[in-house]
Design a protein around this ligand. Structure first.
Ligand SMILES: NC(=O)c1ccc[n+]([C@@H]2O[C@H](COP(=O)([O-])OP(=O)(O)OC[C@H]3O[C@@H](n4cnc5c(N)ncnc54)[C@H](OP(=O)(O)O)[C@@H]3O)[C@@H](O)[C@H]2O)c1
Length: 300
């Protein structure tokens, strides 16, 4: 059995690495904040003290990290994955990042005799817990086949989109309408609220109409304050939108709707909502509207 390395034990990484460990893959872990590996180490995983040391000890290395900068640091930094002896190894990069970053990494990996597959995922914490992610892969078919036994534990379906970068591109293409939907929903519901319509009632109407994306049903408890888990943070969507806008502009797509949504998510992050679940974008827009244009009922 190939030895698996896993770098990035954030919200998604902890769950995904945990699933691989549960089914019996020998697992070596690295996370910048070492304590996040503790519970998996207690269950039998091995802790590496740097990405380079992890790469030395494993055959297939999965990474799921915040953004392009984190991926560049983990691959190319001092003690990074590519500073190890990596001939014959396969790197499976699962973060949501710019297509350009994958295209930049590829020659670095291949020059050292290793392989890269981009395989970002669609689905959040709950699908990850149940191995129900959608995996969007870009790279050689043989590399995908090599990673498949582990990917099958993480996802319910693997789409092979094409060459390196196409998995990452598909992830951006998939999530862009979703991010724009959340921005539009936040502004629409803030208008409703300004006219005194109850949030719960608005959601009731949305959820009984074809207007709502299926994802809204899962988020409704968070919007109504019944669930506190941060599945995907406001600043995470901001980061995704930055990647979408930059990647669109790299290929001549102005991405004006993405840019508008980005402004809203960036403003919410700057206003202190960044670490809240993305459903809090609604709170941000509603609060801003109430403060700048108080409803009549609020006026004395
Ligand atoms: N959450 C979701 O629902 C979801 C769904 C699909 C895809 N994704 C994508 O999956 C990726 C991870 O998301 P997440 O929600 O798991 O994020 P997260 O909880 O913020 O975790 C981010 C991970 O990246 C590491 N990291 C950040 N900067 C680093 C650096 N400079 N060097 C080394 N490690 C660094 C963090 O290490 P520390 O622990 O030391 O901070 C942590 O392990 C993102 O690209 C996201 O867009 C997320």
């Amino acid at each position: 059995m190939e030895r698996i390395g896993f770098v990035g034990l954030g919200r998604m990484g902890q769950i995904m690495a945990g699933r691989l460990l549960e089914v019996g893959f020998p697992l070596v872990l690295y996370n910048r904040t070492a304590t996040k590996a503790d519970h998996l180490v207690a269950q039998g995983a091995v802790r590496a003290d740097s990405p380079a040391s992890l790469a030395e000890q494993t055959d297939i290395v999965f990474t799921i990290l915040t953004d392009d900068h984190a991926v560049e640091q983990v691959f190319l930094g001092d003690q990074g994955l590519l500073s190890a002896s990596i001939r014959g190894k396969l790197f499976v990069e699962m973060s949501t990042i710019r297509t350009k970053t994958i295209h930049t990494l590829c020659p670095h990996v291949e020059q050292r005799g290793a392989r890269l597959l981009d395989a970002p995922v669609s689905g959040t914490l709950e699908p990850a817990r149940h191995g129900q992610l959608l995996i969007l892969a870009g790279g050689a078919a043989a590399d995908l086949e090599r990673a498949r036994p582990a990917l099958d534990i993480l996802g319910r379906r693997i789409f092979h989109m094409g060459d390196n970068g196409t998995g990452t591109t598909m992830k951006l293409v998939l999530n862009m309408p979703m991010a724009i939907f959340w921005a539009g929903l936040a502004e629409a519901m803030a208008i409703g609220q300004q006219f005194g319509i109850d949030k719960k009632q608005m959601l009731d109407v949305y959820l009984d109409s074809p207007v709502a994306l299926p994802a809204l049903r899962g988020k409704a408890p968070t919007i109504l304050g019944e669930v506190n888990e941060v599945a995907f943070a406001v600043t995470g969507v901001r980061k995704d939108l930055l990647a979408m806008v930059a990647t669109g502009q790299d290929v001549g797509v102005p991405n004006s709707t993405g840019a508008a949504a980005l402004s809203l998510f960036a403003a919410a992050t700057a206003a202190g909502y960044g670490e809240h679940d993305l459903a809090f974008l609604l709170e941000y827009v509603m609060d801003m509207a109430q403060k700048t244009f108080p409803m009549k009922s609020d006026e004395t």
